[in-house]
Design a protein around this ligand. Structure first.
Ligand code: COA
Ligand code: AMP
Length: 632
C-alpha cells in the first residue's frame, strides 16, 4: 500500500547526499558544490557548500530562456480592487530586473537587508525576487503587525531600504501602511536610508523628502540589473516569527538548499508539474506565502496566484471556488481556518454549484491542526483528497505530509500522515528517550535536517542552539507535542511552549503578557489560547490589579485590549480579558496556564500536584464563565 513512498523515503534517509544531489538537478547552478551535505561543523550543517547559483534566475530567467517567456507566471486576483492582472514570465522577469536596478541605485548589494512591508500586491513579490536577484536579503513583515513589531524587525535586520505601499485593503476597509512604517522608523534606533513607496490610488501616502521615493520614480530611473551569483549557503531571506518572548526570532533561509527542496516538493508533495496553475491562499508575510505563493511555484515553472481577498466576504464564501474555476487551478493550499469560515457561511456548499471545478485534484491544508469535522466537510464537498500537512516557519516546507506526487497513502483524519523524505522524526520523552508508538512526547527531528530548513537565526547562533538544539542533543526540537502511531503516522497535538495559533497565525502569549504587564494598573497577568470555532484558538487575558486600583475593571480591560492592538497589531486578535483576584500557581510560583486553558475549554483536568492553592481554580472557572468560556 505504501511501497513506492517507502522506497523514496528510505533512499532519502540511507543516502541523503545521493538523494538531494539528484533532486538538485532541477536547479541551474553557476558553480557545482564541493559537498552536498557539509557536516564539518555540527550542529551547523550546510547543504551544497561551495556551490553558486541565483534563486531569481531559477525562478524567472531560466524559464524565459527555456521558452516559457509567454507563459503566465503570476496572476494577481484582487476582489478587493475588482481587478485581475497577469504577468508572463518575460514581463515578470523584466519588472523584477528593473526593480532590482532601482535597489542598486539606492546602494543595495549582496548581503544587504531590505524590509518589505506590503499588502498582497504584485510589487511585494517583485521586490522579494529583486532582492534575490541581487543577493540582497529580504525580510517581509506581515501587514497586520503594529509599528512596534516592525520597529523590532528594523532594529534587528538593519535594512538599507524599506519597501512599502501606501495602503492595504481589508475587505472594504483601507489600512494605511505608510503611517505605520513612519511610526516604526520613528521608534527604531536604526534608521533605514531609503523607503520606496508604492502609491495605491485608494489612499496615497505623504512622502518624506530625502528619505522616501515613489516606486514609479525609482523604477523609471533604473536600468535592469542582472542576477548576481551567490553561495548556496548565503542567506536568501530572514523571516521573523514569534519566539517565547516578545523578541521575535529571525529565521534564516539559505539559497541552495531552499531552491532544491522547494522545487522537489512541488511535484513530489503537491503533484504539480511545470506549466500548471497553483493557488496558495495565505499572505506573503508568512512562511507559507514565501514558499508556496512565491518561490516553489516559480522555481517549478508554474503559474502562481496572488490573491488579495478573504475566503469569505470578498464577496462571499464562494470566493475560492471562483478563483479555482476562473483560473483552472488543479490544486490549492490554505489554512483550515479559511475552510471553517467558508463552512460557517455556506454549510451546504450551495455556492460551489455555481462553478466548474472539474479540473481540481487536491486541497492542501496547513498552519494549524486540521480538525476532522472541517476536513471531512471539505472532502465531501470537493470530492478530492484533502491533505493535511505539518510544517513551521523554521522548516520552510513540510515535516510530515501525504506526498500526493509520490503515492497517495491512506488518509487518517487528525494526522498529517508520515514524515516526508529527508526527515527522521522521533518522539522523545522528557528525559530524551524515544517514546513508544502511540505515546505522546516531544516531536523532534534528527539532525541534520534536510535542505531548505533554517541553518540558524539571524546574527544569533547561540539562540539557535539554545532554543532548538540544546534540550535534546542530536535533535531539532519542534516545540510541538505529538505522537507517532504503529503505522508511522504522525499526530501533532499542541505546542509545548507559549505559542498559540490564531487563524493560522503564530503568536506568542508571552509577547502579549509583556504588553499587559506594561499597563500601570496591572500587577500580574497571564494569557492563554482558548478554543475558537472559527480561528482555532484566540487569546484570553487574565489581569490581577495592583492594590488600591479602584478604576472600573471594564475600562482597564478595554485599555489593555487597545494596548495589544497598538503594540502587536490587529493580527493578535486579542479582544477578551478579565480581572481576577489572583492567578493559580505552583508552589514554586509558576502560573498554571495549561490548567487554566483546560478549564476555559471545558475539558477534564487533573488537579496539579504542585498547586499552591486549589481554591483559585474555582475563581478562574467563575471568571471564565462570566466571559462565555468554561462551559461544562
Ligand atoms: N493588514 C492589516 N490588517 C490585517 C491584515 C493585513 N494584512 N490581515 C489581517 N488583518 C487584521 C484583520 O482585518 C482583523 O482586524 P480586526 O480585528 O479589525 O477585524 C485582524 O487583523 C485579525 O485578522 P484575522 O485573524 O485574519 O481575522 P479575520 O476575521 O480578518 O479573518 C479568516 C479570518 C479566517 C477569514 C482569515 O484569517 C483567513 O483567511 N485565514 C486563512 C488564510 C491564512 O491567512 N493563513 C495563514 C497561514 S497559511
Ligand atoms: P508557523 O511557523 O506560523 O508556520 O506555525 C507553525 C506551527 O503551526 C507548528 O509548530 C504547529 O504548532 C502548527 N501547525 C502547522 N501545521 C500544522 C498541522 N498540519 N497540524 C497541526 N499543527 C500545525
Amino acid at each position: 500500500m505504501s511501497a513506492k513512498f517507502d522506497a523514496v523515503y528510505r533512499r532519502s534517509i540511507e543516502d541523503p547526499a545521493g538523494f538531494w544531489a539528484e533532486a538538485a538537478k532541477g536547479i541551474d547552478w553557476i558553480q557545482p558544490w564541493e559537498r552536498v551535505l557539509d557536516d564539518r561543523n555540527p550542529p551547523f550543517y550546510r547543504w551544497f557548500s561551495g556551490a553558486k547559483l541565483n534563486t531569481c534566475w531559477n525562478c524567472l530567467d531560466r524559464h524565459v530562456a527555456a521558452g516559457r517567456g509567454e507563459q503566465i507566471a503570476l496572476i494577481h486576483d484582487s476582489p478587493v480592487t475588482q481587478t485581475v492582472k497577469r504577468f508572463s514570465y518575460r514581463a515578470l522577469r523584466d519588472a523584477v530586473a528593473r526593480f532590482a536596478g532601482a535597489l542598486v541605485n539606492q546602494g543595495v548589494g549582496k548581503g544587504d537587508r531590505v524590509i518589505i512591508y506590503m499588502p498582497m500586491v504584485p510589487e511585494a513579490l517583485i521586490a522579494m525576487l529583486a532582492c534575490a536577484r541581487l543577493g540582497a536579503i529580504h525580510s517581509v513583515v506581515f501587514g497586520g503587525f503594529a509599528p512596534k513589531e516592525l520597529k523590532s524587525r528594523i532594529d534587528d535586520a538593519k535594512p538599507k531600504v524599506v519597501v512599502t505601499a501606501s495602503c492595504g485593503i481589508e475587505v472594504s476597509r483601507i489600512i494605511a501602511y505608510k503611517p505605520l512604517l513612519d511610526a516604526a522608523i520613528e521608534q527604531a534606533e536604526y534608521k533605514p536610508e531609503t523607503c520606496i513607496v508604492l502609491q495605491r490610488p485608494m489612499e496615497e501616502a505623504k512622502l518624506i523628502t530625502g528619505r522616501d521615493i515613489d516606486w514609479n520614480d525609482a523604477v523609471a530611473a533604473a536600468q535592469p540589473a542582472d542576477c548576481v551569483p551567490v553561495a548556496a549557503t548565503d542567506p536568501l531571506y530572514i523571516l521573523y516569527t514569534s519566539g517565547t518572548t516578545g523578541r521575535p526570532k529571525g529565521v534564516v533561509r539559505d539559497n541552495g538548499g531552499h531552491a532544491v527542496a522547494l522545487h522537489w516538493s512541488m511535484e513530489n508533495i503537491y503533484g504539480i508539474k511545470p506549466g500548471e496553475t497553483w493557488f496558495t491562499a495565505s499572505d506573503v508575510g508568512w512562511v507559507v506565502g514565501h514558499s508556496y505563493i512565491v518561490y516553489a511555484p516559480l522555481l517549478k515553472g508554474c503559474t502562481t496566484i496572488l490573491y488579495e481577498g478573504k475566503p469569505v466576504g470578498t464577496p462571499d464564501a464562494g470566493a475560492f471556488w471562483r478563483v479555482l474555476s476562473e483560473h483552472k487551478v488543479p490544486a490549492m493550499f490554505t489554512a483550515p481556518t479559511a475552510f471553517r469560515a467558508i463552512r460557517r457561511d455556506d454549510p451546504n456548499g450551495e455556492l460551489l454549484k455555481k462553478y466548474d471545478l472539474s479540473g481540481f485534484r487536491a486541497l492542501f491544508l496547513a498552519g494549524e491542526r486540521s480538525d476532522p469535522p472541517t476536513l471531512e466537510w471539505a472532502e465531501q464537498l470537493l470530492k478530492v483528497p484533502v491533505i493535511d500537512h505539518w510544517w513551521q516557519t523554521e522548516t520552510g516546507w513540510s515535516i510530515a505530509a501525504n506526498c500526493l506526487g509520490i503515492e497517495l497513502l491512506p488518509v487518517k483524519h487528525g494526522s498529517p500522515t508520515r514524515p516526508v523524505p529527508g526527515w527522521t522524526l522521533q518522539v522523545l520523552d522528557e528525559t530524551g528517550h524515544p517514546a513508544a508508538p502511540g505515546e505522546i512526547g516531544n516531536l523532534c527531528g534528527k539532525l541534520p535536517l534536510p535542505p531548505g530548513t533554517f541553518p540558524t537565526l539571524w546574527n544569533d547562533d547561540a539562540r539557535f542552539v539554545d532554543s532548538y538544539l540544546a534540550r535534546f542533543p542530536g535533535y531539532y526540537q519542534t516545540s510541538d507535542a505529538g505522537l507517532i502511531d504503529e503505522d508511522g503516522y504522525v499526530y501533532v497535538m499542541a505546542r509545548t511552549d507559549d505559542i498559540i495559533n490564531v487563524a493560522g497565525h503564530r503568536l506568542s502569549t508571552g509577547g502579549m503578557e509583556e504588553v499587559l504587564a506594561s499597563h500601570p494598573d496591572v500587577a500580574e497577568c497571564a494569557v492563554i489560547g482558548v478554543h475558537d470555532s472559527l480561528k482555532g484558538q484566540v487569546p484570553v487575558g487574565f489581569l490581577v490589579l495592583k492594590a488600591g486600583v479602584d478604576r472600573p475593571s471594564a475600562k482597564i480591560v478595554s485599555e489593555v485590549v487597545q494596548l495589544v492592538r497598538d503594540r502587536i497589531g490587529p493580527v493578535a486578535a486579542f479582544k477578551t480579558a478579565t480581572v481576577v483576584a489572583r492567578l493559580p500557581k505552583t508552589r514554586s510560583g509558576k502560573i498554571l496556564r495549561g490548567t487554566m486553558q483546560k478549564i476555559a475549554d471545558g475539558q477534564e483536568y487533573a488537579m496539579p500536584a504542585t498547586i499552591d492553592d486549589p481554591a483559585i481554580l474555582g475563581e478562574i472557572d467563575d471568571a471564565l464563565q462570566d466571559i462565555g468560556y468554561a462551559k461544562k
